[in-house]
Design a protein. Sequence first.
Length: 79
Amino acid sequence: MSIVTVPRLGEMTEEVVLIEWLVAVGDRVAVGTPLVLVETDKVESEIPSTANGLVVELMAEEDDELAVGDPVCRIEEGN
């Protein structure tokens, strides 16, 4: 099981706002697949998958404010 977290998207960035999910539970993803679109105070960015497998849980909702390191989704690896 792999937990994807909010990465540091800039030197001063501590929080992001989740704008839109690009995947759904049950989707198969590969490393690098864009999972979610987030916004910082300066730019919109995609958070990519860090594992190959099946998306089994979305751990945040659209419009949520998330801090660097917060969990975004859970991926069951190898499926």
